[in-house]
Design a protein around this ligand. Structure first.
Ligand SMILES: [Fe+2]
Length: 434
């Protein structure tokens, strides 16, 4: 081959490769997905609407031809013949129609379950059953356990958020629940985005109960109507109705093996929820209290501050000795404690999806990250709560312990790896220039 001809071919190959790189460096275009339901149950998700010691709720979706659906349950057993000993209950079915989307959402709550027992269940109807999934009920008494926290998923749910929830499950498959800190999706009235959220989590949702928090992106308003929680929220998640009535299923609490998880709706009725925090905290006998809501007490991003929430709720967190506050909204990672007072509370802002903001210049945090998708694995024991932050590539990025202190506020032990540089926009890959 003549040298000049080789050069021409080489140049052509280079152009092709560059073009391919440009095509591949597209953006966060989400993965392809058919969002419509079928006769076969999908979007199967465990939540609690009652006591995790002896109840478990499950919710799923079918097309509208399935008018009656069932849930079956049995104690799990290594012999496949446990299926012959299952009992069935009727689901409550809710029809949902918006424009070109329709679905039937079904829910059932198993009750009378034995504490700390592994159960298997399936959902469906006639010939269209799900697989058998397994879950364990909570112990009656405090017992050490692990749970997962995920900040905002929100964007490119199937193509990029999926790796966060899957890596979290891979790191801690024995987790007993997953808290989602709000902004699960970007457009609250998009059935496509909700369907991608469910698809990304897949059977993890059917095995590990979810505790979802509403963010601002779970709100929407139709023309001239008041901004409200998306109508998808209620049929998709079967949640406790122990919060304030106006915020049913977006303000609630769950007690699990010595931990009270308080879910607040930071979008509205802040004062009413403050009164409710007082009410439920007076008789809280749990050793640990974890609070999650969307808008952070201390902001992780530039130019954002939630003064009303901080003014209204933080004194109560101090009064009632909350241990850990889990927030999102700011699309950064920021973790710090004892910020304005020796109160022993740790505040965490995090993000699990791809949308990323600049960190605030206010250096209140002990550890932070920009441009990083993360998940968190929290282990609660009698006297120590251990918190680990992982990047979605499985790197242990941050760690601390909250230690109970009989003579005062919690002691916070920083265990971050000081040799690991903080991730910033400057030292992580940026978007290619077009
Ligand atoms: Fe948000």
């Amino acid at each position: 081959m003549r040298k000049s001809f080789r050069n021409i071919i080489g140049f052509a190959v280079l152009l092709l490769v560059q073009n391919l790189m440009i095509i591949n460096a597209a953006d966060w275009t989400d993965a392809a997905h058919n969002p419509f339901p079928t006769k076969i149950p999908d979007h199967v998700i465990l939540t609690w609407s009652d006591n995790p010691v002896n109840t478990q709720s499950v919710t799923w979706r079918t097309d509208t031809s399935i008018k009656q659906s069932w849930a079956e349950i049995a104690e799990a057993e290594a012999s496949p013949n446990f299926t012959y000993y299952s009992k069935g209950i009727n689901a409550v079915t809710e029809s949902f129609v918006v424009e070109n989307y329709s679905a039937n959402y079904h829910s059932a709550t198993f009750d009378g379950l034995k504490a700390n027992t592994l159960y298997a269940y399936r959902v469906g109807s006639e010939e269209n059953w799900s697989e058998w999934f397994q879950f364990r009920t909570a112990s009656e008494k405090p017992q050490p356990f692990t749970f997962i926290y995920l900040g905002d998923g929100q964007n490119a749910l199937l193509s990029l958020w999926s790796r966060a929830i899957r890596a979290a499950y891979g790191t801690a498959p024995d987790s007993r629940f997953i808290i989602h800190g709000g902004d699960l999706v970007s457009n609250a009235d998009s059935y496509t985005q909700w369907s991608k959220w469910f698809k990304a989590a897949g059977w993890i949702n059917a095995m590990v109960p979810s505790i979802p928090v509403v963010g601002n992106h779970e709100y929407y308003h139709k023309l001239s109507e008041k901004r409200q929680i998306t109508p998808y929220w209620f049929p998709q998640f079967t949640l406790p109705e122990n919060g304030i009535i106006k915020l049913t299923e977006s303000n609630y609490f769950i007690d699990f093996q010595g931990v009270r998880v308080i879910v607040l709706n930071s979008n509205e009725l802040i004062g009413d929820q403050a009164k409710w925090i007082e009410k439920i905290s007076e008789n809280n006998s749990n050793r640990w209290t974890v609070v999650s809501f969307h808008h952070p007490i201390y902001s992780g991003a530039r130019g954002r501050d939630q003064e009303e929430i901080r003014r209204s709720w933080q004194p109560l967190f101090r009064k009632y000795a909350v241990d850990l506050v889990l927030n999102g909204h700011d699309h950064t990672y920021a973790r710090g404690g004892n910020i304005d007072a020796e109160d022993g509370i740790v505040y965490v802002v995090s993000v699990s999806g791809p949308k990323q903001y600049d960190l605030t210049d206010d250096r209140w945090m002990t550890r932070s990250a920009e441009n990083t998708q993360l998940y968190h694995v929290i282990r609660v024991e009698e006297d120590v709560l251990n918190f680990k932050s992982y990047t979605v590539t499985g790197e242990l990025y941050d760690e601390f312990d909250i230690q109970k202190n009989p003579s005062g506020p919690n002691i916070i032990i920083d265990k971050q790896n000081e040799d690991l540089p903080e991730r910033t926009f400057k030292n992580t890959p940026g978007k290619p220039q077009k």
